[in-house]
Design a protein around this ligand. Structure first.
Ligand SMILES: NC(=O)c1ccc[n+]([C@@H]2O[C@H](COP(=O)([O-])OP(=O)(O)OC[C@H]3O[C@@H](n4cnc5c(N)ncnc54)[C@H](OP(=O)(O)O)[C@@H]3O)[C@@H](O)[C@H]2O)c1
Length: 331
């Protein structure tokens, strides 16, 4: 049986290119005792993968040259020699950028395609959704009436953050790239305002969107977007550092501005990684599942087709070409 997989073959300097990846075809091994074979149906593309391309110290091990690119996927168990998994079951795990994967059950979750489309388990009902829930509700803890600002507001994490802020009775302000994404953030997702960070008036537009100042920032982007938010913080505000995507391709670090606001406003600034608190996942997934079922959280995807198009879609996502959660349909 043949498998197709995408390897990391060189490390980027600055922005990655398609030349950093190679598609290869190999023989697929059969499951040994305690293993099962998964046919991947959907592959998730996420900003953290950019970090895994660099041989740098981080919270997780980078991908070695010649290794399959790391990534979450949802697929069907097609052959099993594992007592906990049967052929025909659908599962979510770190199966990598490939058509088939062998797994031993570590970190694998069963998913139910009758409750939600399978791809949702890579987004709103998976890691990005839990990230939004954890960073907002566990770390920032917004109170009703407070102003919450979220960057990359139309994306996988940001779109969920903004809608949870509304569910919790906050004024929710999104920051997104372009008029179309901003229209979606206010019109479809129901946030109170959205600032287009590409329009060139970030400071003035954010001030107009947050007339009472900002109590909570859910930061996905960093750079000038975070500088602008810091200027408008209210005393005892909270800043959750979830991601800094504007910096992932940077070869020089961005000199942060307005940091003094942390002192003068007695801010709490906290970074987090969603896997730090696995004990919170069941509660987060229960809430998210309910909100999606009730229509309180709307969700959008950008779908690329075929494993061979994963690198192009990934590079596009880093440039903001995705509109909603970026996934690849593999079957
Ligand atoms: N801490 C954790 O455990 C954790 C877990 C998951 C994700 N994250 C982080 O959360 C953030 C969002 O991830 P996601 O999966 O939801 O991705 P996403 O928002 O669906 O896609 C990435 C978006 O980032 C925006 N972007 C890219 N370059 C930018 C720039 N220079 N300035 C401003 N915006 C830029 C683009 O949106 P616009 O077109 O709107 O600019 C792009 O669509 C990322 O930083 C990611 O690393 C962290």
């Amino acid at each position: 049986m043949k498998n197709r997989r995408i390897l990391l073959v060189s490390r980027p300097e600055g922005a990655p290119t398609e030349a950093n990846f190679r598609l290869e075809e190999t023989e697929m091994a059969r499951p040994a005792d305690g293993q099962f074979l998964v046919r991947n149906h959907w592959l998730s593309l996420d900003p953290y993968m950019r970090g895994r391309m660099d041989a740098a110290k981080s919270y997780a091990k980078y991908v070695e040259l010649g290794e399959v690119m790391t990534g979450g996927a949802v697929g069907e168990v097609i052959e099993s020699r594992h007592p906990g998994f049967k052929a025909g079951e659908f599962v979510n795990g770190a199966f990598g950028w490939q058509d088939y994967a062998l797994a031993d059950g570590t970190g694998v979750r069963k998913v139910d395609g009758s409750k939600a489309p399978l791809s949702y388990y890579l987004g709103v009902l998976g890691m990005p959704g839990v990230t939004a829930w954890m960073g907002l509700l566990d770390i920032a803890q917004p109170k009703p009436g407070e102003t919450v600002v979220v960057s990359a507001a139309s994306g996988a994490v940001g779109s969920v953050v903004g809608q949870i802020a509304k569910i919790k009775g906050c004024r929710a302000v999104g920051i997104a790239g372009g008029a179309e994404k901003c229209r979606y953030v206010t019109g479809e997702l129901g946030l109170d305002a959205c600032v287009d960070h590409r329009a060139g008036r970030l400071d003035a537009d954010l001030q107009a969107a947050a007339p009472k100042g900002i109590d909570v920032v859910f930061e996905n982007v960093g750079g000038p977007v975070l500088d602008a938010a810091l200027r408008l913080m209210n005393p005892f505000g909270r800043i959750t550092i979830c991601g800094l995507i504007s910096q992932y391709n940077a070869t020089e670090s961005h000199g942060m501005r307005n940091f003094r606001s942390v002192l003068t406003n007695r801010l709490r600034v906290q970074g987090f990684i969603v896997n730090d608190r696995m004990e919170l996942w069941p509660r987060a997934l229960a809430d998210l599942g309910q909100w999606v079922a009730d229509g309180k959280i709307k969700y959008r995807e950008s779908v690329a087709h075929g494993l061979e198009n994963a690198p192009r879609a990934f590079l596009g996502m880093l440039r903001g070409e995705n509109f909603g959660k970026q996934v690849v349909k593999l079957t």
